[in-house]
Design a protein around this ligand. Structure first.
Ligand code: KG4
Ligand code: ZN
Length: 339
């Protein structure tokens, strides 16, 4: 059983031997919309309300009962402290009551593991691009649970998803910004505004990311609004194109530098239709295999946490100490926290 409560989604999933048996998701997204972002206390209260019903719905979909559960995995970090605590407390209660081992896992390792549910085990070596609301990193990945994950680069400022959310707000599109920009951009011209491609100059870190300057460029453009012929959809499409261009250029460069032939893109922003399409185009041209989880497994969910838990169990990992706590800010170096 995997439990995910790091942000505004209450996710529960059941995975056995790399196969997703069933999962369920409850979201407090609508309750945050009028604040323009996730309110941690509201998210935590919503997790508390939704957790047990979500467990039961996931059990029903998986066609199993609680007595079939052999281990519990839970997101221990990173995420919102208030939200993480609810999931960790619930996971401890289930593990104790069922007498099964408990694993505190890293949320981002879960995002990567989500891909294995669709495409099978990862190859011996791959490059991972994690793009979520809070993180943007290029990673050298080997075995997800055995080998330390090496960061090739991390964003210097905003995460890609954060940029989508902030830009959506700037141009008057509803929260969450990623899906609204994706939708609006389908009606816009990606070449309407030539937004900058941050950190792509000759003296810049070739794998480095920065999105706050791009966000400011959109803000300046919106303030000035010189060209009445440019629509909100055009701005959305042009911004999205800049992000897709930078992410895919750098991810492919990382593959070349690491001499690997598999790129795995995960996290909420991997649900973006333009990023998926451009990555596919560029990987095809470079002879690199592209793996991206199906859209519903890109954004936060319980299946991905069950997936990483299942990998740990099958690898014989030692369970986490029963007194472990959530760690709201924790860098990704491995699948398990609080071992
Ligand atoms: O991984 P995730 O669900 O939660 C975190 O761990 O942060 O990612 C959420 C982020 C949000 O910033 C959201 O706007 C973005 O993923 N997102 C998208 C799309 N769907 C979700 N960004 C761009 N295009 C999308 N279709
Ligand atoms: Zn996430």
């Amino acid at each position: 059983m995997g439990i995910e409560t790091s942000c505004d989604e209450t996710g529960v999933g059941f995975v056995q031997g790399g196969v997703l048996l069933g999962d369920a998701l409850a979201s407090s997204m609508d309750e945050h919309a009028r604040f323009g972002g996730v309110v941690p206390e509201i998210a935590a209260r919503a997790h508390l309300h939704s957790l047990v019903p979500t467990v039961h719905l996931a059990l029903e979909r998986a066609g199993i009962t609680l007595s079939d559960v052999g281990a519990v995995a839970v997101t221990a970090g990173p995420g919102l402290a208030t939200a993480l605590h609810v999931g960790v407390a619930a996971a401890k209660a289930y593990a104790l009551a069922l007498g099964v081992p408990l694993y505190g896992v890293h949320h981002l390792a879960g995002h990567a593991a989500a891909d294995t549910l669709e495409h099978g085990p990862l190859p011996d070596r791959s490059v991972g691009l994690i793009v979520s609301g809070g993180h943007t990193s290029l990673l050298a990945v080997r075995d997800l649970v055995r080998t330390p994950i090496v960061h090739l680069s991390d964003t210097l400022d905003d995460a890609a998803g954060e940029a989508f959310d902030k830009v959506a707000r700037l141009i008057g599109l509803p929260y969450p910004g990623g899906p609204s920009i994706d939708k609006a951009a389908k009606l816009g011209d990606p070449t309407a505004v030539a937004f900058p491609r941050p950190l792509t100059g000759p003296n810049d870190d070739p794998l480095g990311f920065s999105f706050s300057g791009l966000k400011t460029a959109v803000a300046r453009y919106v303030e000035a609004r010189r060209d009445p012929g440019v629509s909100t959809e055009d701005i959305a499409a042009s911004f999205q194109e800049a992000v897709a261009d930078v992410l895919t250029t750098k991810a492919l460069r990382a593959c070349r530098e690491q001499a690997v032939d598999t790129l795995v893109i995960v996290g909420g922003v991997a649900a973006n239709s333009r990023i998926r399409a451009l990555a596919q185009e560029r990987c095809d041209a470079a002879g690199i295999e592209l793996r991206i989880p199906p859209m519903r497994l890109c954004t936060d969910n319980g299946a991905m946490i069950a997936a990483i838990g299942d990998l740990l169990v099958r690898d014989g990992a030692r369970p986490s100490r029963p007194d472990f706590s959530a760690i709201p800010t924790i860098e990704l170096t491995g699948a398990q926290l609080a071992a």
